[in-house]
Ligand binder design. Structure first.
Ligand SMILES: Cc1cc2nc3c(=O)[nH]c(=O)nc-3n(C[C@H](O)[C@H](O)[C@H](O)COP(=O)(O)OP(=O)(O)OC[C@H]3O[C@@H](n4cnc5c(N)ncnc54)[C@H](O)[C@@H]3O)c2cc1C
Ligand code: SF4
Ligand code: SF4
Length: 447
């Protein structure tokens, strides 16, 4: 590592943003519009985070991509913002003047950015098909691939783990953009402030074996349903993965992996009730005559317009059953039998459905704390990034000059992520201004 760093390029900027989801983009744009130089480090091939993959958003049913893409392209084109995709921060230290130094590793995509036109000829030529993680494994993608249609940047990448090095993509690529000789780049940057916006992880449904997640073909996650409802959806309708049948009777199981001490996640994920109610309404628009039943313990419709949205779903004939789902059984024809305790009658009941959607929750996305050399950024009891003054300064971490934005500090929806990102950016700007005497003793060069 030391040799690499010596040969690495060095840059200076005002702020480093870790994570290019909606929170990271919002923080970056706020700071960049105030004139600060910002570097976004995003580990994925595209910026946009989870939001860019959603269908519509609760409670307004606005198209998620239509809201995300203007922010994505504004960020990508902003003269004060530099984006490092396919990159991760590997180490953070602090110098005697209070500057943070971060070592960033950018992995190769084996495609020369400036030459790739996004034509997809390589994709067509590539003989290797693997599961498409951007469609949440519902369909396949090639080893030479454009991550998804509205990716930013919209350029190809080669998945070397699955590539058989047949050379078909190289032959197919007119501009000669494929470059298997690319190597990992190490960049060392010096900044005054850091915003952690690394978002959340989704609960892995395989961990609740009694629901058959990852085992029963027609038990899917809400993120897989989300992809079936987007305009760029893989099947152009809603299908059950087991046999391609359009489902009639769809069930949602709320709190799958949230508020459940048996899977070590006692907290409420805050978004699952509302995204399930949203998806139920969208399904009724997408599949004529579908019946949607939501099994819940409590419906938490606490935000602005949320309760009205819940009532609207009821008026649209979405069924709400207050009941604890104990077990899901797979039938021979792929249907699913849900066994639950009906709280209204106190009886144990069973109901058959074509497809079950597990409303999986939000888990912390840890890892940043290990990067700090001396003073570590702290986690809260549930492993989200700690907000020591949650009531008065929720955007502050325990380290001076390091701020937290979006779901990296806990479950929240998009409006709250954007709010917290704006607050983190304004606090980071205040910090840079206030500490100018101590910290900003040298000129900052443009990134
Ligand atoms: C099924 C589903 C439906 C939803 N529907 C809605 C809805 O209708 N309305 C609504 O308001 N909310 C909805 N949400 C919630 C919404 O997705 C989140 O509120 C929002 O995405 C949070 O944004 P974020 O930027 O905090 O995190 P994320 O979207 O998770 O973005 C974090 C980014 O950081 C990157 N990253 C992670 N670790 C690192 C690292 N170490 N280094 C560099 N980069 C890193 C990630 O690749 C990602 O790009 C839904 C969520 C789910 C799961
Ligand atoms: S790598 Fe070449 S073939 Fe593939 S999308 Fe880019 S320009 Fe087209
Ligand atoms: S070299 Fe790899 S990525 Fe290119 S076409 Fe062959 S298998 Fe696909």
């Amino acid at each position: 590592m030391t040799d690499n760093i010596r040969s690495a390029s060095r840059k200076e900027a005002d702020a480093l943003i870790m994570g290019g989801g909606i929170a990271g983009l919002e923080s970056a744009l706020n700071l960049a519009n105030m004139g600060f130089q910002v570097i976004i480090v995003e580990k994925d091939l595209s910026i946009g985070g989870r939001m860019i993959h959603l269908s519509k958003v609760f409670p307004t049913l606005d198209c998620s991509a239509c809201i995300t893409t203007p922010k994505v392209s504004e960020t990508a084109r902003h003269p004060n913002i530099k984006i490092l995709n396919n990159s991760e921060v590997k180490h953070v230290s602090r110098d005697e003047n209070g500057f943070y130094r971060a070592v960033i590793e950018q992995k190769p995509r084996y495609v020369i950015d400036s030459l790739c036109t996004g034509c997809q000829d390589c994709e067509e030529a590539c003989p290797v098909v693997v599961k498409d993680e951007y469609q949440y494994n519902l369909v396949g993608r090639k080893a030479a691939f454009i991550p998804f249609s509205i990716a930013s940047p919209r350029i190809a990448a080669i998945d070397l783990d699955n590539c058989i090095l047949c050379g078909a993509c190289e032959k197919a690529c007119g501009p000669g953009a494929i470059d298997f000789g690319q190597e990992t780049q190490i960049t060392e940057i010096t900044v005054k402030t850091i915003i952690v916006a690394t978002g959340f992880k989704l609960f892995d449904p395989d961990r609740i074996t009694r629901y058959g997640g990852g085992k029963f073909k027609n038990v899917i996650t809400a993120m897989q349903m989300e992809r079936q409802l987007v305009p760029t959806r893989p099947f152009n309708t809603v299908l059950r993965p087991g046999d391609g049948k359009v489902p009639d009777k769809i069930a949602y199981v709320l709190c799958a992996g949230s508020r459940d001490v048996t899977v070590d996640n006692p907290i409420c994920s805050q978004i699952c009730c509302m995204y399930s109610i949203k998806q139920a309404q969208l399904i009724l628009g997408a599949v004529a005559m579908a019946d949607v039943t939501i099994y819940f313990l409590h419906v938490r419709a606490f935000g602005k317009g949320f309760d009205e949205f819940y009532q609207q779903a009821k008026m649209m004939d979405v069924q709400f059953i207050k009941g604890k789902v104990g077990r899901i059984k797979e039938m021979e024809n792929g249907d699913l039998m849900i066994r639950y305790e009906d709280i209204a009658s106190g009886q144990v009941k069973e109901t058959q459905h074509d497809m079950v959607v597990l409303s999986v929750g939000i888990l912390p996305n840890m890892g940043i704390e290990e990067l700090f050399e001396v003073d570590k950024i702290k986690l809260d009891p549930f492993n989200f990034y700690n907000q020591p003054n949650e009531m008065t300064d929720p955007f502050k971490s325990n380290l001076s000059g390091v701020f937290i934005a979006g779901t990296s500090s806990g479950p929240m929806d998009i409006p709250d992520s954007i709010l917290s990102a704006g607050a983190a950016a304004s606090q980071a700007a205040k910090y840079m201004k206030k500490s100018q005497v101590n910290v900003s003793t040298r000129a900052t060069t443009t990134v």
